[in-house]
Design a protein around this ligand. Structure first.
Ligand SMILES: [Zn+2]
Length: 422
């Protein structure tokens, strides 16, 4: 009975979202907590798991002294603040009206969808809507003989998942490098950095790397979710799967980075359809993860994959497997060496600090079903890295477009160093 009631409330919330168009965050607060002891982390985890409909955690870290951002609905705020105070958790309120932040993004999104792009002089320091992104990729394909645009599958809403292969000499057998971007819809800097890397390779500067590797970019692995961040909800993370609880519509979406077949759904919190990390009904249940899996398996038949990079935001982390266990990956010595080189290159570019280590070490959090762990466990690439891009909680997912250039530059310099040292 209780369940039915909650599902009805959730369905109603869903319908309101649909009627009103763009999701609003009036009087939602954004809170930045800095846990000082293990007990603080336990309290924050409780909040995260108990109030799925009123609290959205923006970062996944469970480490002492790491900033943890989350937003909270106005109806829960008073009780939540009381709880934080009672348990003496260190926190600051960044805004009492998230809507003001999101409104800026909405204006940006509306403008981006209206404006025509000048393809002869592409501005790479902008966040583009999905269709324009695809136009840019197709244009680059038409302009550069090294670039091949293709699609790797489709989504539940019928969009094609774009890919770009870059190879300056197809007669020479080369090892492959794969980039997985935009698996999480709201992490716009991931999509933008991926496009920046494509531009770098196609400019004369990429020759050294192109002589050594064939590059495979999946710049927008979650097209439906990405479109939804432009049209309905800037804070959307998952794909757009409609989930049903019996005959009722429950919360939408599956977290694609919990849907790979590695220790699938062992994290209890990922089993709730309303969780931002909902794992889906079974491993590889989603068309996006199936497409990524099939693409990598197929590529692996014809080429050795030296490296797989997954781009996320935010918190500035350079990570390697595993996330589902504290066990170390096969080539741990090499992983450490390459990661040190990477963060050093990042620091030398614009002075930013990225922490490095395994996903488990850096986040102190067990993650099931992540792409990186699946790649490593299946031995599909020599090295796989997940990079949490800028920033450390000033803007979070709403990173201004003027940070696309420095973010992409620093991470590209790290990727170059890693690829030239493998
Ligand atoms: Zn992510």
């Amino acid at each position: 009975m209780k369940n039915t009631f909650w599902i009805s409330v959730i369905s109603l919330t869903y319908i309101i979202h649909q009627i009103c168009g763009f999701a609003r965050f009036d009087r939602y607060s954004v809170i930045k907590a800095i846990p000082k002891r293990l007990g603080d982390i336990d309290h924050l985890t409780q909040i995260k798991h108990r109030f799925l409909n009123d609290v959205d955690f923006w970062s996944e870290s469970n480490r002492i002294e790491d900033a943890i951002l989350f937003d909270v609905s106005p109806r829960l705020k008073k009780n939540l603040i009381h709880y934080l105070d009672k348990n003496r958790i260190n926190y600051t309120i960044l805004t009492d009206n998230l809507e003001q932040w999101v409104e800026k993004e909405r204006l940006y999104a509306t403008e981006s969808m209206k404006n025509e792009i000048n393809l002869d002089s592409i501005d790479y320091e902008r966040y583009y809507p999905f269709e324009k992104y695809v136009d840019i990729l197709k244009y680059l394909h038409s302009k550069h003989s090294a670039a091949t645009y293709k699609t790797i599958g489709s989504t539940i809403e019928g969009r094609m998942i774009p890919a770009m292969v870059i190879n300056n000499d197809r007669d020479v057998k080369k090892n492959a490098v794969v980039f997985e971007c935009g698996i999480h819809a709201r992490e716009w800097i991931s999509h933008a950095s991926c496009l920046w890397f494509i531009k770098e390779l196609l400019s004369g500067d990429g020759k050294k790397l192109l002589d050594k590797y064939e590059f495979h970019f999946i710049p927008i692995l979650n097209p439906d979710g990405y479109v939804y961040t432009f049209t309905h909800n800037r804070m959307w993370r998952k794909n757009r799967r409609r989930n049903y609880f019996g005959l009722s519509v429950a919360c939408d979406g599956v977290d694609l980075n919990r849907n790979f077949d590695i220790n699938f759904c062992r994290d209890l919190a990922a089993r709730s359809m309303c969780s931002q990390a909902y794992c889906g009904s079974y491993a590889f249940s989603e068309k996006e993860t199936q497409s990524m899996r099939d693409y990598v398996l197929e590529l692996n038949k014809t080429a050795k994959i030296d490296a797989y990079f997954a781009l996320h935001s935010f918190t500035q982390l350079w990570m390697y497997p595993y996330g589902f266990t504290s066990y170390e990956p096969r080539s741990i010595g090499q992983y450490r060496k390459l990661s040190k080189l990477a963060v050093e290159a990042i620091r030398n570019t614009h002075g930013k600090t990225y922490r490095w280590g395994s996903i488990f070490e850096t986040m102190r959090y067990l993650v099931s079903g992540a792409s990186l762990d699946w790649i490593e466990s299946q031995n599909l690439a020599d090295f796989s890295f997940a990079i949490e891009l800028r920033d450390t909680g000033e803007y979070g997912f709403l990173l201004p477009a003027n940070q696309i250039r420095p973010t992409s530059e620093e991470v590209w310099s790290a990727i170059e160093v890693v690829l030239l040292n493998i």
